[in-house]
Write a protein that binds this ligand. Structure first.
Ligand code: C2E
Ligand code: MG
Ligand code: MG
Ligand code: MG
Length: 292
């Protein structure tokens, strides 16, 4: 009996593993097709200066609406893309789409505006990555100071030497660089000092518990002090409440991004925000309609 049960359990386990593997293969094939068919698109999440509420830029975030399954969250498809290498063409697509959009806004007189694009360590590791970025800038006509590239702390601290070299090349193009999800990984201060980056983005996990979480408040304060001592701009991710925004402003944090200001929005809504902010500089914290 026990043996039989054990076998049943094993079969169940095996079946669920198979289902998982099949699901992954399915999504991988669908993602490849979606990329080829141009079914991915970008949403933009505005970023604001905490001191005066000015709109300073936005982060471009990849979106995938599957014909049958509807929206598939990036947390799911980016991970799959990383595993199977599709993140390289996907990242290049995102970069080109964001640069094209930025140039369109620039020509329409909206801005100056800096668009931050996420890049994977796998892209940064490619020998031709800097040339690819240079080509995309030339193709689209976007001035390099309108572009920011984000790389995660986890990646740069795992590959400090390689990262530093690749980042130097990007920096030489005149692009801004930032470290994403900062505080969650294990940063070495010696490495951090040597990286040619201009800003740190404090990981959302610390911001969520502000202003009352004592540990989170202490860590946030420390990251801001560290960033400023290295002459870096510090941005807080995932700001959801006015109390969090006030608290961060009080700590001297430079910029913020989060649902309190706006969710990531589609191009049309981002354009509305750009026009509106142009007309009324200083009005930084009005809510926009969620569109996710
Ligand atoms: P990320 O780069 O750290 O982006 C910030 C994420 O936090 C976004 O999730 C955004 O929607 C979410 N967020 C912003 N404000 C708030 C808030 O106030 N509350 C909460 N709960 N969440 C907030 P999203 O769009 O689901 O993207 C998840 C991750 O997927 C990104 O994290 C990034 O690592 C990755 N990703 C998205 N697009 C790309 C891409 O084009 N290339 C690469 N390599 N990765 C991407
Ligand atoms: Mg990011
Ligand atoms: Mg982040
Ligand atoms: Mg993240």
């Amino acid at each position: 009996k026990a043996k039989e049960e054990g076998r049943d359990q094993f079969r169940f386990f095996e079946a669920s593993l198979m289902a998982k593997a099949r699901e992954k293969l399915f999504l991988e094939a669908e993602l490849r097709a979606a990329l080829e068919r141009g079914e991915l698109f970008l949403h933009y999440q505005p970023q604001f200066s905490l001191a005066d509420g000015r709109l300073v830029g936005s982060e471009a975030l990849a979106r995938w609406r599957h014909a049958e399954r509807g929206m598939i969250p990036p947390d799911k498809f980016i991970a799959i893309a990383e595993e199977c290498g599709l993140i390289v063409p996907l990242g290049e697509w995102a970069l080109r789409a964001a640069c094209r959009q930025g140039e369109e806004w620039r020509r329409a007189g909206l801005g100056p505006h800096r668009i931050a694009v996420n890049m994977s360590g796998l892209q940064l590791e490619r020998a031709d990555f800097v040339a690819t970025v240079a080509r995309i800038l030339a193709e689209t006509g976007l001035p390099p100071d309108w572009l920011e590239l984000e790389v995660t702390e986890t990646y740069v601290m795992r590959q400090p030497e390689k990262s530093a070299r690749a980042l130097e090349g990007l920096r030489a193009l005149g692009i801004a660089l930032s470290i994403d999800d900062f505080g969650a990984g294990q940063s070495s201060l010696a490495y951090l000092k040597r990286l040619p980056v201009q800003s740190l983005k404090i990981d959302r996990s610390f911001i969520t518990d502000l202003p009352f979480g004592e540990n989170e408040a202490a860590i946030t304060r420390a990251i801001i002090a560290l960033g400023h001592s290295l002459h870096l701009k510090v941005l807080a991710e995932g700001v959801e409440t006015p109390a969090q925004a006030d608290f961060l402003r009080g700590l001297g944090c430079d910029q913020a991004q989060g649902y309190f200001y706006s969710r990531p929005v589609d191009v049309e809504n981002m354009q509305k925000i750009l026009r509106h902010m142009d007309a009324a500089p200083g009005a930084g914290s009005d809510q926009t309609e969620p569109s996710r």
